[in-house]
Design a protein around this ligand. Structure first.
Ligand code: PMP
Length: 358
């Protein structure tokens, strides 16, 4: 075996274990597929692609479609293979050896993970016990670390909390480097930082087709930021990184905005229904602006409840051993039927457990 780079030895990678159960609510995907008309349009266009040629290196039509939808100019759009590759390209460009990246934990693990892989120093700010982020903590971290890149995730994963606009504005006024707001779940919430993006501010918003667009299988994400930022990323990313199939998939998806909005509305109303039902149980529920809910049972260890749900054919994300998330589980909002199965399994598991512990 050849040893890997010294500074990568402690890395464990990012895992989301899959188990064969009937109801899978553990990876924040959309429970519904994209519309059949999108599939048909995709099949039609795919049959006409010149597969022996490299794809459009600048993803011109896709970027124009995304830009038109957001009301920005196409030179403010950078697209890549999932928002994970967008985040990686940002960090390859603006972080790395000798540079510092700041996160506010607990948050999406890939921010710190990729930052470390590219050789940056990571400074972790702390959220409060209720997972909200204090203005004083932002000031402390930015003041002490002067980060080249600082991340905020809104709605945050895995907590679901939406970051108030003042936090982004505060970061913009204090941070010396790039401010990245990861908005993988923003369409499920009622606020977005997109309106703050312009040429004069070092603010970037990242989005994905994996959740609201029901296209996790496509692997497509993008950033909206100043044109100077997009040009910098284009100089770093691999040539032809975005294949022809992906460019077509995304461009065609944007013809089905109404269908996407309808799916988002369904998920949001289901999220509120599940949250209300869970609040009537002996569980602490974090308010969510996303398509998932973080919760902590009061009288049972989280890991035991997770297993009891698996025994009832429901898989949720076990965060109970993650730093700062003792006993927490995260459930993705599914179809109304899946959510009914989840709620019934949850009630039964808590009831059975109450008997055991009595
Ligand atoms: N950001 C956040 C906050 C996420 O939760 C996820 C997916 N788990 C991603 C980015 C990555 O999404 P994708 O690469 O599928 O676009």
């Amino acid at each position: 075996m050849i040893p890997v780079r010294e500074d990568l030895r402690a890395l464990e990678g990012y895992h989301s274990p899959q188990i064969d159960v009937k109801v899978r609510l553990n990876t924040n995907e959309s429970p519904l597929p994209p519309p059949p008309a999108w599939r048909d349009a995709l099949a039609g266009e795919m049959s006409r692609v010149e597969w022996h040629r490299y794809p459009d290196r600048h993803a011109t039509e896709l970027r124009e479609a995304i830009a038109a939808w957001h009301g920005v100019s196409p030179d403010m759009v950078f697209a890549a293979n999932g928002s994970n590759e967008v985040l990686q390209t940002i960090l390859l460009t603006y972080a790395g050896p000798g540079r510092t990246v700041a996160t506010f934990e607990p948050t999406y693990q890939m921010h710190a993970q990729i930052a470390r892989v590219v050789g940056s120093r990571v400074v972790e700010g702390e959220r409060r016990a209720d997972f909200t982020l204090g203005a004083e903590e932002i000031a402390r971290v930015v003041g002490a670390a002067a980060p080249h890149v600082v991340f905020l995730t809104s709605p945050n994963n895995p907590t679901g909390l939406v970051e108030p606009a003042q936090r982004v504005e505060q970061l913009l006024s204090l941070a010396p480097g790039l401010v990245v707001v990861d908005e993988a779940y923003a369409q499920f919430a009622d606020w977005s930082a997109l309106g703050l993006v312009d040429e004069s501010r070092p603010l970037v918003v990242t989005r994905t087709f994996s959740k609201t667009w029901s296209m996790a299988g496509v692997r497509l994400g993008y950033a909206i930021g100043p044109a100077w930022f997009v040009r910098a990323l284009e100089a770093v990313v691999l040539p032809y990184h975005l294949d022809a199939a992906k460019q077509i998939s995304g461009r065609l998806a944007l013809r089905f905005v109404d269908e996407m909005d309808a799916r988002v509305q369904l998920i949001v109303s289901e999220r509120e229904r599940i949250s209300a039902a869970m609040r009537a149980m002996p569980i602490d529920v974090t308010p969510s602006g996303a398509n998932f809910i973080l919760f902590r049972p009061r009288a049972v260890p989280g890991r035991e409840l997770w297993q009891a749900l698996v025994d009832r054919d429901v898989l949720v994300r076990d965060c109970s051993a993650w730093p700062r998330l003792t006993d927490c589980l995260r459930v993705t909002v599914g179809t109304p039927d899946e959510n009914d199965v989840f709620l019934a399994a949850l009630a039964a598991a808590l009831h059975a457990n109450a008997r055991v512990h009595r």
